[in-house]
Design a protein around this ligand. Structure first.
Ligand code: UD1
Ligand code: MG
Length: 455
């Protein structure tokens, strides 16, 4: 896979192939496509931003190896960099481009099949493009491919050709590196053009085959932010269609943003402007309301996520309600039939079956039992300025409104905390914990004050 180019038109500090579509870097998408044909090895030619690309992919797969193309002298030169790794081996090299993320495994299978059936030295994936500007054109004589000419080197007649080179090929390994050596730089850009291999092979009387994709979109490359957005929208649309076909209701697919690996169960209803990201799994018959974002989280069945709720790296069991405006931060585990209401924030907190925290609370580093009620304004003071501490709340506890639970602290099963308490000591099972100044009423105080001030 060629991934050494700078991607000048992206105007980016980030290497082009690390730009993301629906949760995955472009290069990751192409790698997944490559894996559809179970290659023995995958060799990535990196150059611009080589270290960053390597760092992102390091250890992701055993089959992956890297070569660095120090200077980008053209696609022919790029493929030559793999010589030390591939020369002398037998079989087929499929050449892919790191910036062509819509390519499918089916196309690769067809390419390899055609290549084998034709016993070709090279097979070129081509496409029909009504507006072929910028692409290399497939020149045929008596119906057979004779060469590829780049836009800049093409004659006016050749520019009219609408069959284009996708930049994706299969090569028989045996003659490949010898032929690559004979590619020159006598062209408009002074680069080593890999497509020149076609004419070289034809001169050597070797077979060059072609395979034409049905949908030209599939071989679209990404060169600019506009193309990134266009292709992103195509990827999203396809994901949305798959989900709808599987029984998910999307109120407005155009404004629903679901990453490629996300799973959603049937009869779940997803409202506009919802983002489901990463490895998120949503069960059946859930309802996710507008403005919510769920990242790397698992939701059971019949979960209702009300508007503008954010859930990250957490699990929510069946039948629970979240939001509106709830913030479920990483490491939270919400049990069955739990109610988390508006302006409630959870962090690394487990909350048991049927428990409720309906309004305005911060629950961090806490374990909360089943059927417990956490009143409005309850805060776990989990941080003493140096360390984080745990709050452990049992089953069927009642935490009165506006309580501050100063961790580490335990409220045993059935404990009852008076509203407005600052709880600094453990509360035994079934006990009432009151941690506030007792109220005092002074009879007739107001009238006495009035008399005093008028005297
Ligand atoms: C290339 C083809 C063209 C084809 C088009 C399809 C050549 C000369 N032309 O043109 O026929 O229609 O793709 O998109 O091959 N790269 C390197 N090292 C280099 C040069 C390029 O790794 O020295 C990589 C780029 O990062 C990119 C790919 O090779 O991923 C294609 O290079 P690019 O410069 O985009 O070629 P095109 O002009 O698009
Ligand atoms: Mg290109």
């Amino acid at each position: 896979m060629l991934a050494a180019g700078k991607g000048t038109r992206m105007k980016s500090q980030v290497p082009k192939v690390l730009h993301r579509i629906s949760g995955f870097a472009l290069v990751e998408r192409v790698l997944r496509t490559a894996e559809a044909v179970s290659p023995a090895t995958i060799t990535l030619v990196v150059g611009h931003g080589a270290d960053e690309v390597k760092a992102v992919l390091a250890g992701s797969r055993q089959t992956l190896q890297f070569v660095v193309q120090e200077q980008q002298l053209g696609t022919g030169h790029a493929l030559l960099q793999t010589r030390a790794l591939l020369e002398g081996k037998q079989g087929v090299v499929v050449l892919l481009s790191g910036d062509v993320p819509l390519l499918t495994g089916n196309t690769l299978r067809s390419l390899i099949e055609t290549h084998a059936n034709c016993k070709a030295a090279a097979t070129v994936v081509t496409a029909e493009m009504p507006r072929p500007f910028g692409y290399g054109r497939i020149v045929r004589t008596s119906g057979r491919i004779s060469k590829i000419v780049e836009e800049r080197d093409a004659s006016p007649a050749q520019r009219k050709i609408t069959e284009i080179n996708s930049g994706i090929y299969a090569f028989d390994l045996a003659p490949l590196f010898g032929a690559l050596d004979s590619i020159g730089t006598a062209n408009n850009q002074g680069e080593y053009y890999l497509p020149d291999l076609v004419a070289i092979y034809r001169k050597q009387k070797r077979t060059v085959a072609t395979w034409t994709v049905d949908r030209a979109e599939e071989i679209r490359g990404i060169n600019s932010r506009t193309e990134l957005a266009e292709v992103s929208s195509m990827v999203r649309q396809q994901k949305n269609e798959e989900l709808m076909a599987a029984g998910v209701t999307l109120i407005d697919p155009a404004t629903t943003y679901i990453d490629s690996d996300v799973v959603v169960g049937a009869d779940t209803v997803i409202h506009p402007c919802v983002f489901l990201e990463g490895s998120t799994k949503i069960g059946a018959a859930c309802e996710i309301h507008a403005g919510s974002r769920i990242v790397n989280s698992t939701l059971g069945d019949r979960v209702c996520v009300r508007n503008h709720t954010v859930v990250t790296d957490s699990t929510v069991e069946s039948g629970s309600f979240l939001g509106p405006f709830a913030h479920i931060r990483p490491g939270s585990q919400i049990g069955e039939d739990v109610h988390i209401g508006n302006f409630v924030e959870l962090k690394k907190t487990a909350i048991g079956k049927g428990a409720k925290a309906n309004h305005l609370a911060y629950l961090g580093d806490a374990t909360i039992g089943s059927a417990t009620n956490v009143g409005a304004g309850t805060i776990t003071c989990n941080y003493d300025g140096e360390k984080k501490h745990q709050t452990v709340i049992g089953n069927n506890v009642f935490v009165g409104s506006n309580s501050t639970l100063v961790a580490p602290v335990k409220l045993a099963d059935g404990a009852y905390i008076a509203a407005g308490s600052a709880v600094t000591q453990d509360v035994p099972a079934g006990a009432l914990g009151i941690g506030r100044a007792r109220q005092e009423n002074k009879e007739g105080w107001r009238e006495k004050r009035r008399q005093k001030s008028s005297a």
